[in-house]
Design a protein around this ligand. Structure first.
Ligand SMILES: C[S@@+](CC[C@H](N)C(=O)[O-])C[C@H]1O[C@@H](n2cnc3c(N)ncnc32)[C@H](O)[C@@H]1O
Length: 300
């Protein structure tokens, strides 16, 4: 598809999103594509970075379902702000693996997305453009004293995760369409495959607050927290291999414990995960199996 074939729409904060006609779903929260990327992904990432003794190393990010690229781009833009304030200055680099099944979308949207005013630092960087996210080609750039590295993988997420881990990540952004619509990308087995690709203190961030998703992450041994709500939504989810309990007072408004009601829902059948043992079932088969497990429909 060409850029003119996509239906771009402005969201409430002025940043552009896209309509997915077959699912009748917007790619982002109507309150703001940029705001959602900031609250659910970039701000918690920087909060986590600020907790670690600042590393003389590269921060490594997997951005699954990269789409228009907001999550990675907002993270990078915020990181540059952070460093201007004198924080995380000994971080040597950021490495972004962007993954999406649709590369045409990335190519068509990046020129529009990157030049928006919401990006205080990166909108003026002429070296950051569509060429920075090319399938299978690693892009390298030294920006001031920060090594920026990126690559794009045109893959189906489940196929990608079926391969043995070649690379590991500090943080994984998980941003498919909703669990109701693409259930096959929200299963316990998919999160287990992510876990095998995480560094020992690594984390997963997603906009979803669904008990089925949080229940799966808990079963896998993650510490599960809530991120800031955007619009009427209830906040996203941070799943962390590190226990953040002692740090929570420092992270208020960015990373929070689940509230009592959220905790109690995880103990009901709502907290039962979607299952896909071989990462191969259809979304419908996965939904039906869970409804049977919940006792909402009878076994054949
Ligand atoms: C909600 S949008 C992501 C928005 C994006 N993170 C952004 O910042 O613009 C969901 C994305 O999932 C991608 N997608 C759908 N099915 C996929 C699959 N099986 N594997 C990988 N990506 C998939 C779509 O192409 C779409 O870009």
């Amino acid at each position: 598809m060409q850029a003119q074939d996509y239906i771009f729409q402005a969201t409430a904060d002025g940043s552009i999103s896209l309509l997915e006609p077959s699912l009748q779903e917007l790619y982002h929260n109507r309150q703001g594509a940029y705001t959602e990327a900031l609250m659910n992904y970039a701000a918690p990432t920087l909060a986590l970075l600020s907790l670690q003794p600042v590393k003389e190393s590269t921060f490594s990010l997997l951005d699954s379902c990269f789409g228009l690229g907001y999550n990675s781009l907002t993270c990078f833009d915020s990181l540059l702000s952070f460093r201007k304030e004198g924080r995380a200055t000994s971080l040597k680099g950021i490495s972004i693996k962007a993954l999406d099944i649709d590369y045409d979308l990335c190519q068509a949207s990046l020129p529009l997305v990157l030049k928006q005013r919401c990006f205080k630092h990166i909108a003026s960087l002429d070296w950051l453009n569509t060429d920075s996210f090319q399938p299978g080609i690693t892009f390298d750039y030294m920006h001031d004293d920060l090594h920026f590295q990126s690559t794009f993988s045109t893959s189906d997420l489940r196929q990608y995760l079926k391969n043995e881990p070649e690379d590991t990540f500090d943080v994984i952004y998980h941003d498919p369409f909703s669990p109701r619509k693409v259930t096959e990308l929200w299963t316990l087995e998919l999160f287990a495959a992510y876990k095998r690709r995480l560094q020992p203190n690594g984390s997963i961030l997603t906009y979803s607050a669904a008990p089925a998703i949080r229940g799966a992450l808990r079963q896998l041994g993650f510490h599960v927290y809530r991120t800031t709500a955007v619009g009427g939504k209830s906040g996203g989810t941070l799943a962390c291999l590190q226990d953040l309990q002692d740090y929570l007072p420092l992270l208020s408004n960015v990373i929070m414990p689940l509230c009592e009601e959220e905790e109690s829902r995880l103990l009901t059948t709502s907290g039962l995960p979607y299952r896909d043992p071989e990462l191969s079932l259809t979304g419908e088969a996965i939904r039906i199996a869970r409804l049977k497990e919940q006792g909402q429909i009878k076994n054949d």
